[in-house]
Design a binder for this molecule. Sequence first.
Ligand code: GLA
Length: 674
Amino acid sequence: MRVLRVLTSILGAGSLAAAMLAGGVTVDLATAAPAAALDDGLARTPPMGFNDWNAFGCNVDAQLIEQTADLFVSSGLKDAGYEYVNIDDCWMTHERDPETGRLVPDPGKFPDGIAAVADYVHARGLRLGIYESAGSTTCAGYPGSLGHETVDAQTFADWGVDYLKYDNCGSHGQYPDTQQGYIARYSAMRDALEATGRDIVYSLCEWGNLQPWTWGADVGHLWRTTGDIQDNWSSLKSIIRQNAPLASYAGPGGWNDPDMLEVGNGGMTDTEYRTHFGLWAMMAAPLIIGTDLREADDATMRILGNRDVIAVDQDPLGVQADVVSDADGAMVFAKPLADGDEAVALYNESDRAQTIRTTAQDVGLSGRSFLARDLWSGDERESAGTIVAHVPAHGTAMYRVSSLKGHGRYAPMTALSADTDPADGVAEPGSPTTVRARLEDAGRHSLHDATLGVTAPDGWTVAPPGPRTAGKVSSGDTFDATWSVTPPADTAPGDYDLAVTAAYRWGDEPDQRETLRTTLTVTVPTLPPSGTTPLSDVAWVSETNGWGPPEIDRSNGEQGAHDGGPITIGGVVYDKGIGAHADSEIRWFLGGGCTRLTTDVGIDDEKTTNGSVTFRILADDDVAADSGVVTVDDPAAHLAADLTGARWLTLVEDSGGDNNSDHGDWAGPLLTCD
Ligand code: GLA
């Protein structure tokens, strides 16, 4: 794919489609429209800037845009490369000017019009962006540009607009919902913009509906590849999955756009926001800030202003990272850079910390020794070829890797891993759990006087006590230690942190010693009581749910906790049960001591149309019962599952079709344990 992609950046994606055809890859000719990057000198690197939508929705006004422009300058973001200050939907009034047919800025929000804001932004060496839609209305219901492309493009040019985000809302008139129809609507605005003679970056926002990556390069400078991003982890994770495979379509002048940044908006951790920003850079995505910069904290500014990461995004070679490997929630991305370096990201999509690795050879570098610069800490380390890190859940380690020249001595690349055996992170009260630690030397020289140690919460026992020592760990080797860790029998259920440390010497100088630390979070679970118990009385360990949280003894109310109504299927009301919404997964720890689960399942009577769900009961990874698709018209189905010996019980609901009204009830579930 690397060869194909380099070809694409030279030849354009249209030629790529031809190359793929020649190579025997099946391409639907109807969808393989020619797409040569617009050759107008714009967006040779992914656009960087700000857009108000993610943080403000419809509450945009001139003051916000001007303050943001000032902040670009005063905070250093402008010097870091941010350029476009963009106005999203809701900037205009509901009627066009009856005389001229022109769009009219909302006088309350933009009292001096858009041109005055453009002047303000330009005076600070920045550029202004605006928003419209390729339909009869915008998404918020303001006049759309379909059929008015010429006058609107000219209006934008007259005002001094430098960037247009062109949405897909409103009815589309005579244009069919086919790729040709989309191309026609979006090309009409391309031609109108071009006819103004002004340089305007053109951002296509059709949400990835009709494979814009196959035709967008001929129409605009960037194209959304997905639906709207939300400020939460599941949205981020899903967008990364959708955008990552599209690398071959991106290049100078035409970029995949996985949507604007949520960094700083509060719905994710800083670890998740670093993953967001770092992977956008790896994927050569536009970096359009979507937070209120007037309120941004230091952590947000450090993420958005990280010049090493920005340099990866803005690298002039303009290649989107390839996915080098993808297994067990660990993805490795590699992006070749203009100076011969490779940017490498080790992305942990899973919910537990894990060690992720690749090699310099696998990311396309040759040689015997390498320098890896950690783009978040600035740390530089030498490697004999392995690029490795212990990455927290939802985190991403990011390096710029080069062949090492000269004789400088750098600290070695090492990794300290910690987990439990089995690796599910559970520690049962009063029973020993095996904790494993591993120190890996990926450097070129041996480590000396290496120690590994673990510290558990007060009152827990660790056997054998005290750190373990190894004389030497050779290049390419690991040093492993295990302990038996026991929480007191009365430990309350919950998550507990164990501190794991490694110390070693990598040279003879006093500063050639290091101590590494990592946190191993273990879960002390609730153990089900013996006898037969309503499952809703036993605390689960984890859940994911389509809408709101799963409800205990209630149906799913979709929003907060404790909403919903009595669990009811086919007119029968159940006192006990769990009200979920597909797609859902709820996990209980059984510890091997249970034998059976029986339950009714069905769509709650509060839904009368649409709902359809497949219910499955998993005993560890095995399907112990499966309802098949149950629809809103079906009576309750009865499931019985043999759980003998299972460590984990998982209740799964998959949407039977449209993920609409999937109020799946686990009605009257009874768990039997020894
Ligand atoms: C669509 C777009 C968003 C935003 C809104 C504005 O949903 O995808 O990015 O522009 O419209 O209404």
